[in-house]
Design a binder for this molecule. Structure first.
Ligand SMILES: Nc1ncnc2c1ncn2[C@@H]1O[C@H](COP(=O)(O)OP(=O)(O)OP(=O)(O)O)[C@@H](O)[C@H]1O
Length: 588
């Protein structure tokens, strides 16, 4: 029976009877259609399961919520979860347990654990190397992906040094990878490598194929454009086992190339599937936003506005700025013209720092310059209800470093990992974390002068109970915990102030929508290290690039109003592009 809430194209996705790619535009209602299919198929299959796989826990939670009325659809043999959870449960765990004689302990990412960091001898003043910067082959070989090494690793000479010592870094990374695996620590990246390894062994394929064939009738893949090499390999295996593969996605929203997800590889895999349907009705956005999406899209799909927002006549607004701080007041003026409140607006940028500065939020890095300020900042973050876990962890890590500096008289280099510093200081990391939380919460800078607050910090450290380690030297405390500069302390007043407009990176709002979006194009655009092109070069030259897709994802989050806040240097180019692509636009 047809679902009255679904369009014809969405219904075609629900009813499809062969493996296929459903290529959808932004706002096509992929989730709605996919969940409708999942519920229908789980009702039809009584023996074998249907799996619905997503890439993020948020997307998984959303699907589970929408299936809440049908508890049977969430029970065995069916499966709703992340791609990683699927790989762990059905491909890797048993294989690992057999090979290593223990159960694996999965961690989200190497980046989350200190023991996945290491140093090369005589590396100088650089940060530790991180396993997350390497790709691993099924035979355990490592490949350093220089594009993943963050700027903060060190100065230009440090980056050159690392490029020169790449083979040495790769050999150490491979060694550490093997050591962690043997110890039972398996990151999601490592699990994918193990899955790939397992599937490369003919005997293992012969064991796994009948199990998966008997267990699953169909795998539905949400956000299919984010499939990387290993996911595609697993899907290929499942397809060869006779499991139906239904992929739903928008190749132009592929913004995870750093983890090997490339739209070209997904397209190639999809070309081998018997079916393909297009979902080109955008139920989310106004006509001007749809035109903006079409101007940025590299794929062939044509998109049209279909939902309530299609009646909105607001053009895209081009807002020129010279300083990031000018954006919000001007954008709010435009929003007000269309009766949109500040709460309905979302400011998006590729790099977090630009959005933060434009929104007037205090940047945690600015407090890194002073230990006293870092402690004030962490206290605020811990007390606030709105702090994201990642921000809280970052703020606390700065307090931990400050405490370690006090104990080691700042002898340790600031570039060592916290785990290494704890070892040097003879402290348990867990104890230090607890100490940092207690200290940040005990000290409140509200209404205090910087001198008084700095004195409170020193007094706290002087009188604290240090347990196993000797207390810090008072002379060291006076030297390391001075009152911060006036300009930095002025920022403390801003800690408690919520910015007028919410802000996020583009990657942080994937799958979401907002009545109004302010998209920031800053003065300095990223230059791709290989192509040496910026996003505007890509757009003008019609090159499909991740930077261009990031703009597309950002703009397509808007329902009614899109404001492109463009630095004066680039305004003429963006205006010319919007004109060339017939995007209705106005200069604000
Ligand atoms: N058939 C429909 N009729 C009316 N509204 C719909 C229909 N399908 C989806 N919508 C609405 O359109 C909006 C976009 O849907 P959804 O967020 O699922 O899109 P999406 O395909 O996941 O988009 P994106 O990939 O850009 O994140 C939602 O507000 C949803 O409620």
């Amino acid at each position: 029976m047809n679902d009255p809430d679904l369009s014809e194209a969405q219904q075609a996705l629900v009813d499809a009877e062969e493996s296929l790619l459903a290529a959808a535009c932004p706002g096509a209602g992929k989730t709605q259609a996919m969940v409708a299919r999942y519920l229908k198929r789980t009702g039809e299959e009584d023996r074998r399961g249907v799996a619905l796989l997503s890439f993020t826990n948020t997307a998984v939670d959303e699907v589970r919520l929408r299936c809440a009325q049908r508890a049977d659809a969430l029970r065995v043999p069916h499966f709703v979860g992340t791609f990683d959870a699927f790989v762990h449960r059905f491909v890797v765990t048993a294989f690992y347990a057999k090979a290593f004689g223990q159960k694996p302990n999965y961690v989200q990412s190497w980046a989350d654990i200190d023991s996945a960091r290491f140093r090369l001898p005589e590396m100088g003043r650089t940060r530790d190397l991180d396993l997350a910067w390497f790709d691993f082959e099924p035979d355990g070989r490592a490949q350093l992906i220089l594009g993943r090494v963050p700027h903060a690793f060190g100065d230009a000479a440090a980056h050159r040094m690392l490029a020169r010592r790449k083979p040495e870094a790769e050999s150490q990374a491979a060694h550490l990878f093997g050591r962690l695996l043997r110890a039972g620590t398996v990151s999601c990246e490592a699990a994918r490598v193990l899955a790939e390894y397992r599937l490369s062994i003919p005997d293992e394929r012969a064991v796994l194929a009948p199990l998966l064939r008997a267990r699953f009738a169909e795998i539905i893949v949400d956000e299919a454009q984010d499939c990387g090499r290993e996911e595609l390999l697993i899907l290929r295996f499942l397809r060869d086992c006779g499991v139906r593969i239904v992929m739903v996605g928008d190749l132009d929203q592929a913004i995870y190339e750093f983890r090997n997800a490339t739209p070209a590889a997904v397209e190639e895999f999809a070309a081998g599937l018997p079916g393909r349907i297009s979902l080109g009705d955008n139920w989310r956005s106004s006509r001007a936003v749809c035109a903006f999406n079409s101007a940025l899209r590299s794929g062939r799909l044509t998109e049209a506005a279909y939902g309530d927002a299609s009646l909105t006549q607001h053009p895209v607004h081009l807002l020129q700025f010279t300083k990031l701080e000018q954006i919000v007041p001007a954008a709010l003026e435009v929003a007000e013209r269309y009766k949109l409140s500040a709460k309905e607006m979302m400011l998006l940028s590729h790099a977090e720092a630009h959005g933060m500065k434009a929104a007037g939020a205090v940047n945690i890095d600015s407090s890194a310059s002073s230990r006293v300020l870092a402690i004030a900042h962490a206290g605020f973050q811990l007390r606030s209800q709105q702090t994201a876990p990642k921000t809280r962890r970052g703020a606390l890590a700065q307090v931990e470093r400050a405490v370690l500096a006090a104990l080691t008289a700042d002898r340790a280099t600031p570039d060592h990992s916290l785990a290494a510093l704890c070892e040097e200081a003879g402290l348990e990391r867990r104890w230090l974390e607890g100490f940092a939380v207690r200290m940040a919460l005990a000290l409140d800078p509200t209404g205090q002068s910087k001198q008084v607050f700095a004195a409170e910090v020193r007094a706290f450290l002087k009188t604290a109970s240090w347990g196993v380690v000797p207390p810090p030297d008072p002379a060291v405390l006076s030297r390391l915990f001075k009152a911060p500069l006036d300009s930095a302390w002025a920022g403390v007043a801003g800690f408690g102030i919520t910015p007028a407009v919410r802000h996020s990176t583009v990657h942080g709002v994937k799958g979401m929508e907002f009545p109004g979006v302010v998209l920031v194009l800053p003065e300095r655009l990223r230059v791709h290290p290989v192509t040496e092109r910026t996003v505007l070069d890509d757009w003008e030259g019609d090159h499909d690039s991740e930077a261009r897709r990031v703009l597309y994802v950002a703009g397509s989050r808007a329902r009614r109003l899109l404001i492109c806040a463009v630095h004066r240097k680039h305004a003429a180019r963006v205006s010319a592009l919007l004109t060339a692509w017939c995007v209705p636009h106005l200069h604000a």
